[in-house]
Design a protein around this ligand. Structure first.
Ligand code: CA
Length: 227
């Protein structure tokens, strides 16, 4: 995986470069859009992480010029101000996803993975397992007549567990992969999120529906039921 990061804030750039590098991904860093375009002309990137407010050539101008390039890698925008106008403008200009600062590195990595997999056809838009359907684009989940649009974190949690049916995940592992936290936060954030997920997806006729396939393994963690 080779990622192009276009970001003028050195602190954020270091954080992203170090984090993605730790995943074994190759990263190229450009400080603004024109340098980013030059890099795209020389290297085939799997995805571009693009800051919106940049000196010289900003994110929007970069997106306008990027379209002239082939192949044109998928772009995820980073916006300091999570304003609707920026997001809409970015999407109109061809960005495929956005992330508001501050963000967790794991979340950025997960979004990049989805973009790349979607582009290469490895990850279908819908994940279907044990009768539950999860849409990777809209984050809509459907189970036995219940439908809910999940928060980004709930979506990542569900997708993470569904990708490995039958495998038990400890809270620690889930915290790391979904929240990007590698210490004990002294909270039950995982349990609360799982409860919320189950509640959101409670079928209209709950007593007649099969059991929700997300199982609690007492004292250990959680697992998605094997089929
Ligand atoms: Ca900036």
């Amino acid at each position: 995986m080779h990622i192009l990061l276009i970001e003028d804030e050195q602190k954020i750039a270091d954080f992203v470069l170090e984090g993605l590098g730790a995943l074994g991904w190759q990263c190229t860093h450009a400080l603004e859009g024109a340098a980013g375009l030059a890099a795209v002309g020389q290297t085939r990137f799997d995805a571009i992480v693009l800051d919106w407010m940049l000196p010289v050539m900003d994110g929007m101008a970069f997106l306008g010029r990027l379209r002239e390039q082939t192949p044109c890698p998928p772009v995820i925008m980073l916006t300091a101000k999570a304003e609707l106008d920026d997001k809409l403008q970015g999407f109109q200009m061809g960005a495929e996803d956005y992330l508001a600062k501050p963000f967790h590195l794991e979340e950025l990595a997960a979004r990049i993975r989805v973009l790349v997999q979607r582009r290469t056809g490895q990850a279908p838009e819908n994940l279907r397992l044990n009768g539950l359907e999860l849409n990777r684009v809209t984050r809509k989940a459907t189970w036995q007549g219940a439908t809910a649009v999940l928060s980004q974190r709930e979506f990542l949690l569900l997708e993470y567990l569904m990708q490995s049916p039958g495998q038990i995940f400890t809270r620690k592992k889930i915290l790391f992969h979904v929240w990007g936290i590698d210490f004990d936060p002294q909270t039950n954030v995982v349990d609360v999120s799982i409860q919320r997920l189950r509640k959101k997806l409670t079928p209209p006729n709950a007593e007649l529906a099969p059991e929700f396939p997300l199982e609690t393994i007492r004292g250990v963690g959680y697992r998605w039921a094997s089929q």
